[in-house]
Design a binder for this molecule. Structure first.
Ligand SMILES: C[S@@+](CC[C@H](N)C(=O)[O-])C[C@H]1O[C@@H](n2cnc3c(N)ncnc32)[C@H](O)[C@@H]1O
Length: 226
C-alpha cells in the first residue's frame, strides 16, 4: 500500500512534523468559515465524527473544541500519527485514535452511524478509491456528510515551485527528487474527476470550495436515490 512517505522518501516522523507544522494553514479561518456555512448546519450538537487518515488528529482536536459532546474517532495507517493523536491534550471532546488501513479493513462502525466523515489529503494516494468511498457511504447516516478535502491537478512547474517556495525544501536536489516522485500522486485528479468519483460512489455534492490554489473541499451527502 503506497503512502506519501514511501513514495516521497520521507520518514513517518518527518511527515508527522510537517502535518503538525502546516495544520493551521490548512485548517485556517477560511476553512472554518466554509465549515460553519456548509457542514455545521447538517450536524446535531453531539455528532459522531470519523476522520479517516487523520494524521496527527489535530482536525479532530479542533472539532472536539467546537463540539464538546461529540464522539470523535480517528484512523490512520501510520503508527507515529496514531501515537501523536492518542497523546494529545484536549480541552474539548477527546478523540479515540486507532491504527487502521482504509484499503484493507472496514471501519469499526455500524452502518448509518456517523454524522460526519472527513478525509483530508488522503484519498488521492489510495490506488482504488471506490471501495473506500463505499465503506464511508455505508457508515454515514442518511443526510450525514462526507467532507473530502484533497489535491486537484496543477501544472508541474507550479507544483515544483510550491515545494521550493512554500514548503521551504532547501536542498534543491532533494526538493526536485521528492517533487517528481509526488507530482503524479498530488496532481492525479481534476475537480471534475473528484465530482465523477463521488457520483460513482453514490454521493451528491452539496457544496464545494477551492481553499488553496491546488486544493478543493467537497461537502457530499449519500444520494437518497441509490
Ligand atoms: C498528508 S497526511 C494528512 C493527514 C491529515 N488528514 C491532515 O490533513 O492533517 C495523509 C495521511 O493519510 C494516512 N494514510 C495514507 N494511506 C492510508 C490508508 N490506506 N489508511 C489509513 N490512513 C492512510 C497517512 O498515514 C497520513 O497520516
Amino acid at each position: 500500500m503506497p503512502t506519501h512517505q514511501s513514495i516521497g522518501g520521507a520518514t513517518d516522523e518527518q511527515l508527522l512534523q510537517r502535518m503538525v507544522a502546516t495544520h493551521a494553514e490548512r485548517f485556517g479561518e477560511e476553512f472554518w468559515q466554509f465549515f460553519t456555512a456548509s457542514v455545521a448546519p447538517h450536524l446535531p450538537s453531539s455528532p459522531t465524527i470519523v476522520d479517516l487518515g487523520c494524521g496527527p488528529a489535530l482536525f479532530l482536536k479542533d472539532l472536539g473544541e467546537r463540539y464538546p459532546a461529540a464522539a470523535l474517532y480517528g484512523y490512520d495507517v501510520t503508527p507515529a500519527m496514531v501515537e501523536h493523536g492518542r497523546a494529545l491534550a484536549c480541552t474539548g471532546a477527546k478523540p479515540v485514535v486507532a491504527l487502521l488501513d482504509a484499503t484493507m479493513e472496514p471501519l469499526p462502525h455500524a452502518a448509518g452511524s456517523a454524522h460526519l466523515i472527513g478525509m483530508s489529503s488522503v484519498l488521492h494516494v489510495i490506488d482504488e478509491p471506490l471501495p473506500v468511498l463505499a465503506e464511508i457511504r455505508r457508515v454515514l447516516r442518511p443526510g450525514g456528510v462526507f467532507l473530502l478535502n484533497d489535491w486537484i491537478r496543477q501544472p508541474l512547474a507550479d507544483y515544483l515551485a510550491w515545494r521550493r517556495d512554500v514548503m521551504g525544501e532547501e536542498d534543491e536536489a532533494e526538493c526536485l527528487r521528492r517533487g517528481f516522485r509526488l507530482f503524479p500522486v498530488h496532481s492525479k485528479y481534476t475537480t471534475e474527476d473528484w465530482l465523477w468519483l463521488l457520483g460513482q460512489a453514490g454521493f451528491a455534492v452539496r457544496h464545494r470550495a477551492r481553499m488553496r490554489p491546488a486544493h478543493e473541499v467537497f461537502v457530499a451527502v449519500p444520494d437518497g436515490n441509490r
